[in-house]
Design a protein around this ligand. Structure first.
Ligand code: NAP
Length: 311
């Protein structure tokens, strides 16, 4: 089979850190073009817009969308309408109904829509999901505390309406929860803290409740300058289990679990292996639950304004 020719939209931090290296390392793909308003990538055709890229590169097979979530939908829609397979970064869109329509468009066009959750590919997540399958969840705590100035430098979009604020990384924790907890859970209450100079929350305290009645609390904070923490602690009827480093490290009881020797190196290597497999099988992969849970958080939340934050 010929390599899948990919056009990448939005050459920013995640494109340069992860997508471009993962694409170039995978012989199933060739990075053929990029569309970005200002950025340029060496060795490929560059365009200032997704429209121009789709018009001048009709031979593209697929489009990877790495822009901020506010503009995911329009780019994905244009690509599907031109008959391209689409890989979408998280959070998938600005609203849940936009994602719903992309699913419909992909089905109608008979193209693959792969709506990714990169944290679900972290090496501790699959073994945690397997271990939890036969256990009862008694309670869980998510601690997702990071320094926004370190991890999202200059990303003004993250503070704007539709930018998700602290729920941009927070949705990663929720995507891990939906993967490892084998019963439905719901947003019960939330307190969002919004800096007076921004539209999207800088911190959030959230309570979810499982169908079985267990409480899952989540403390998210973008102002954290100490040890950066992306932890999920779960109490079960068979003892505690912990995912730390954003799902990268699994500890069952007090024993660290070594990574599965067959697991792929990075989250994005695994994502692109999955994208190739989906295209070959003519399938899509969309799991809207983390996105719906974030939408529900905004519905049940009370909000407080906190002091301005300069990023
Ligand atoms: P970023 O560094 O701001 O890069 C996004 C790029 O998209 C920008 O550099 C910009 O390049 C382009 N763009 C197109 N339309 C834009 C608009 N209206 N506003 C701002 N930029 C626009 O952001 P990122 O961190 O790569 O994040 C992009 C997506 O990946 C988000 O959905 C994010 O949640 C997700 N993600 C990020 C990370 C991470 O660690 N940063 C990890 C996983 C997933 P031009 O100016 O050249 O157009």
């Amino acid at each position: 089979m010929n390599p899948i020719r990919v056009g990448l939209v939005g050459v920013g931090k995640i494109a340069r850190d992860q997508h471009i290296p993962a694409l170039r390392a995978n012989p199933a793909f060739v990075l053929a073009a990029c569309a970005s308003r200002r950025a340029r990538e060496e060795g490929v055709e560059n365009f200032h817009s997704v429209e121009a890229m789709l018009e001048h590169c009709p031979a593209l097979d697929a489009v990877a969308i790495c822009t901020p979530p506010q503009v995911h939908y329009e780019a994905a829609k244009l690509a599907l309408e031109k008959g391209k397979h689409v890989l979408l970064e998280k959070p998938p869109c600005a609203t849940t109904m936009q994602l719903d329509n992309l699913v419909r468009l992909a089905k109608g066009a008979d193209r693959t829509l792969y709506q990714t959750w990169h944290s679900q590919h972290a090496p501790g997540v699959a073994p945690a999901a397997r271990w939890l399958k036969d256990r009862k969840i008694l309670g869980a705590r998510v601690t997702w505390k990071e320094n926004v100035r370190q991890w999202h430098p200059g990303q003004t979009w993250i503070w704007q309406a539709g930018g998700f604020g602290v729920l941009d990384p927070g949705i990663n924790a929720i995507s891990i929860l939906t993967k490892i907890i084998h019963e439905p859970f719901f947003a019960e209450s939330a307190h969002l803290f919004v800096a007076s100079n921004h539209a999207a929350p800088i911190a959030a305290d959230i309570v979810f409740r499982t169908a079985g009645g267990a409480e899952i609390s989540a403390a998210l904070d973008f102002r954290h300058t100490g040890v950066q923490t992306w932890d999920i602690d779960i109490d079960t009827d068979a003892g505690p289990i912990k995912l730390s480093a954003g799902g990268g490290v699994l500890t069952i009881g007090d024993k660290p679990v070594p990574p599965n020797p067959g697991a792929l190196g990075s989250e994005y290597e695994s994502i692109y292996a999955r994208f190739a497999e989906l295209i070959i099988r003519a399938q899509s992969d969309v799991d809207a639950r983390p996105f719906q849970l974030v939408s529900d958080i905004f519905m049940v939340a009370k909000q407080s304004t906190v002091e301005p934050f300069e990023d």
